[in-house]
Write a protein that binds this ligand. Structure first.
Ligand code: ADP
Ligand code: DP6
Ligand code: CO
Length: 316
């Protein structure tokens, strides 16, 4: 038998950037995301009689991370055979475009389907969290919140009720190369910043404020809060006491400046960034083409795509 599932990536508008328990993957803050239609992972699992294996985009690759994760699933769900995982990323891998989110959500969904377990999304979310925190949010379409929780049971994501709104994310891809500092490593360094505790405090307020903006479909307010949260997160990387670093490149800064210019010209545009140099611009479906055209004119080699709100996990 084989089982297949597809999960879309999600981009956090209020970021997860630090763990209070690295073994259980419990975050220091609650986070909130938008699932994207354009970027996703499709994963098929099948039994084999040797060793857990990962075939990613047609290549046999290092499977240690998924071997650890599958062993956690064996502890949690009861043991099962060794698996061959065949996965296709329709998103750059390890480039700050959230491949780990769609990957671990799709993998958790496919494995539990293969075991004929019909688990609710909250349970799948809690399990996927152990593989990669951001994956907890990728079971749901549209907006999701990951409640930080206090233990394994209470730390999972769920969908939040939100009106349909014409929100769009213009993804400006500076590089699809593998990042030098993984998310796991980056957030560990950021936690050594003297500003870390104030970031947590600000995040709690932004988490509440953005939910009010979502309820009222106030895309401008959503963008404003998300941009602040993201730029403050990236400031922590620079002010880390241990191994300070940045994901910003020259081109990242150029894009951020263009977004700020466009905003001064009256276009709704706010930036958010994850663990990589790529910039996602929060805007409306109406205004996205103006932003895309402007970016293409100023930076002709840049890969620019517009994503809208996407669906939750699906099974073949
Ligand atoms: P990203 O910004 O892409 O989420 P991370 O550093 O968070 O980058 O995570 C990348 C990790 O996820 C790598 O260890 C990579 O091998 C793993 N990964 C990415 N895609 C898949 C996939 N489809 N199946 C299994 N593991 C994957
Ligand atoms: C900046 O979920 O990739 O994208 O749990 O260590 O696998 P691990 O990290 P990961 O971190 C994502 C960080 C972020 C913000 C976010 O998605 O909330
Ligand atoms: Co990731």
């Amino acid at each position: 038998m084989t089982s297949t599932a597809t999960a879309h990536t999600n981009i956090a508008l209020i970021k997860y950037w630090g763990k209070k328990d690295a073994i259980l993957n419990l975050p220091t803050t609650s986070s909130l995301s938008l699932t994207l239609d354009k970027f996703y992972t499709t994963t098929t699992v099948s039994k084999n009689d040797s060793i857990d294996t990962l075939i990613l985009n047609g290549q046999n690759v290092d499977a240690r991370k998924i071997q650890n994760f599958l062993n956690i699933l064996r502890d949690e769900l009861g043991t099962f055979d060794q698996l061959t995982i065949t996965s296709e990323n329709h998103v750059p891998t390890s480039a700050g475009l959230a491949s780990s989110a769609s990957a671990f959500a799709a993998l958790t969904a496919a494995v539990t389907r293969e075991l004929a377990l019909d688990l609710p999304n909250e349970t799948l979310s809690r399990l996927a969290r152990r593989g990669s925190g951001s994956a907890s949010r990728s079971f749901y379409g549209h907006f999701a919140v990951w409640h930080e929780g206090i233990d394994d049971k209470s730390s999972f994501a769920e969908s939040i009720a939100a009106p349909d709104m014409p929100i769009a994310l213009v993804v400006a891809e500076v590089s699809s190369e593998t990042k030098k500092v993984s998310s796991t490593e980056g957030m560990q360094r950021a936690m050594t910043s003297p500003d870390y505790s104030s970031w947590i405090q600000n995040s709690a307020k932004q988490f509440l404020d953005i939910q009010n903006a979502i309820i009222t479909s106030d895309i401008e307010k959503i963008g404003y809060i998300a941009e602040k949260n993201a730029l403050d997160m990236h400031a922590l990387n620079l002010t880390a006491r241990q191994q300070p670093f940045t994901y910003f490149t020259q081109e990242t800064q150029q894009i951020l400046a263009i977004v700020s210019d466009l905003r001064h010209k009256g276009i709704l545009a706010f930036s958010t960034m994850d663990a990589g140099p790529n910039v996602k611009i929060i805007t409306t479906l109406n205004e996205a083409p103006t932003i895309v055209n402007h970016l293409k004119k100023e930076m002709p080699h840049l890969k620019v795509q517009t994503a809208a709100s996407g669906p939750g996990v699906t099974y073949d």
